[in-house]
Design a protein around this ligand. Structure first.
Ligand code: NAP
Length: 281
């Protein structure tokens, strides 16, 4: 039976280090990191995520400011909000909460964020650096948190076959690139993948970021695989992952729960990126 990777514990260890670094930055250079989150519309899940980000910032000593705008905002007005934040020297990190309401093009807005303040790592400059294998301070938070989780087990992941289900810009694609950087042999799956179950069964590492409750069945998991469940699905008031946890746990060597696996790491990586931005790294 697989061991549970406790994201809360791994995240807490990293946050302790961040608290010390943030204190030192204030003492030595008089800088207090600040994150500005732009929240457009009233999507309930986004409200919850932004609330978690605000709390996370407060807990480690980062100033957080959320700018709320109505769903009716025009794209050029939203771009102006971003440009003002770019120009504000007290703001170190900028995050535009996704998804944006219909009619607003996320790409057009994200492209305007100053790459040096792009703590979500979604600007083409930062994604391009990741693709080219160059050093970039800002890697998307969820996949970089997952690499921490995998390495926290003490297992060597180099050379392993990694299967990523999902090809979103925010999780699947950067995940695949980070696993490649770790010298895994990577397969990316999506909605048109033929024989998904069979492909999943090849993964020594299996990352699911689909957004469909328990789409990954227990018998899709290779014996001894490390299973990372990114999915957050609300079913009858409960949060359910993309993996059938109880069945998959029987075959996995390690597995993340939902909640309490990937989620806490995503926010922790955001805090880490904001600190990097404040340091000017
Ligand atoms: P997304 O943008 O909705 O993309 C979903 C991906 O899954 C797409 O690539 C899609 O393929 C693929 N897919 C859909 N149905 C499939 C099927 N039947 N078989 C195989 N692949 C299929 O997803 P996302 O933004 O990566 O989010 C995925 C889930 O992770 C959501 O539940 C989200 O809430 C959660 N999430 C959690 C965190 C966290 O911190 N815990 C962070 C981000 C996201 P196509 O490209 O072919 O359409």
């Amino acid at each position: 039976m697989g061991k549970i990777i406790d994201g809360k514990v791994v995240a807490e260890n990293i946050r302790e280090g961040l608290v010390a670094e943030i204190r030192e930055l204030k003492e030595k250079r008089g800088i207090v990191p600040k994150l500005s989150v732009v929240l457009v519309g009233d999507d309930p899940a986004s409200q919850v995520y932004v609330g978690h980000k605000e709390k996370g910032c407060q807990a480690v000593g980062i100033i957080s400011a959320t700018i709320r705008k109505p769903a009716s905002i025009k794209e050029d007005e939203l771009v102006s909000v971003v440009k003002n934040l770019n120009a504000d020297p007290t703001v170190h990190g900028i995050l535009v909460q996704l998804p944006l309401p219909k009619g607003l093009d996320p790409i057009a807005v994200l492209n305007e964020i100053d790459p040096a303040k792009d703590v979500d790592g979604l600007h083409p400059m930062n994604m391009g650096r990741l693709l080219r294998g160059e050093k970039t301070p800002f890697v998307p938070c969820t996949p970089s948190g997952i690499i921490h989780l995998l390495l926290s087990t003490g297992e060597r992941i180099e050379g392993k076959a990694a299967v990523v289900v999902g090809r979103s810009n925010i999780v699947g694609k950067p995940m695949a690139l980070l696993l490649l950087q770790q010298h895994c042999t990577v397969t990316i799956c999506h909605s048109r993948t033929a024989n998904l179950a069979e492909v999943c069964r090849r993964g020594d590492i299996l990352v699911a970021s689909v957004g469909k409750p328990q789409i990954i069945k227990g018998d899709w998991v290779k014996e001894g695989a490390m299973v990372i469940d990114v999915g957050v699905n609300r079913v009858e008031g409960k949060l359910i992952g993309d993996v059938d946890f109880e069945a998959a746990k029987e075959r996995a060597s390690y597995i993340t729960p939902v909640p309490g696996g990937v989620g806490p790491m995503t926010i922790t990586m955001l805090l880490k990126n904001t600190l990097k931005a404040a340091k000017g790294l």
